[in-house]
Design a protein around this ligand. Sequence first.
Ligand code: FPP
Length: 255
Amino acid sequence: MSPPTGGDERDEMSTPEHVAIIMDGNGRWAKARGLPRVAGHRAGVEALRNAVRAAGDAGIGWLTVYAFSSENWSRPKSEVSDLMGLLKLFIRRDLAELHQSGVRVRIIGERQGLTPDIAGLLEEAETLTAGNRMLDLVIAFNYGGRDEIVRATRRVAEAIRLGDLKSDDVTPDVFAGFLDTAGMPDPDLVIRTSGEQRMSNFLPWQSAYSELVFLPCYWPDFTREHFDDALRQYAARERRFGGVTAQGVAQGVAS
Ligand code: FPP
């Protein structure tokens, strides 16, 4: 948990340091309006812009969004291509503003298999914003939690093979350092829109103790008010981290 940075009156314990969002419902939003699915994704990008601003204003340190899962490749070719195009457009159009606002961009997920133009843009976004500290925007792209854990396990095995690590020294903390999210705090709060109540392979390791908030609205309809609603729900929760007292992080009783 970090103290609020944006002149917000929320206290240290009730503001999540890290919020992760499953931006679900773009397709249904479009269908309800008789529009093609890509229109839902386009509106979803606008909702993402608003969510980044709202997170910054609320004094949240980390915002992770699920933009494209490793399972999304099974969608029709045209939709995959639309989503790739939207990511490119988002980075090309929004990177300068994100940088000016002090946002540090980080991408998690498998880079291999991405086209060189997308891989290059992701790297450009990370490099340009590396020194920023206002808000960390983490984009999960070509991301799958099980895939991430398998890739981390391979890296651990390789470190052991090279003699850089002993198997007895592999603890959860050490293992976490091999994940794509190395060095990031675990999400305190995971929000999913669209009424679905599942995690869909999103941050399975990191969300072990996250609070979950499921909102009925489709992602393109997600506003600052929905964000505030989720933050209020989070603030009313009692987190015990496997211990018996509330607010385990502050008291160091995580288990
Ligand atoms: C889920 O809705 C959403 C996605 C698979 C993609 C999320 C992408 C965006 C919000 C825009 C692109 C993001 C960036 C960073 C450019 P769905 O299509 O599964 O909706 P449905 O369940 O109603 O069909």
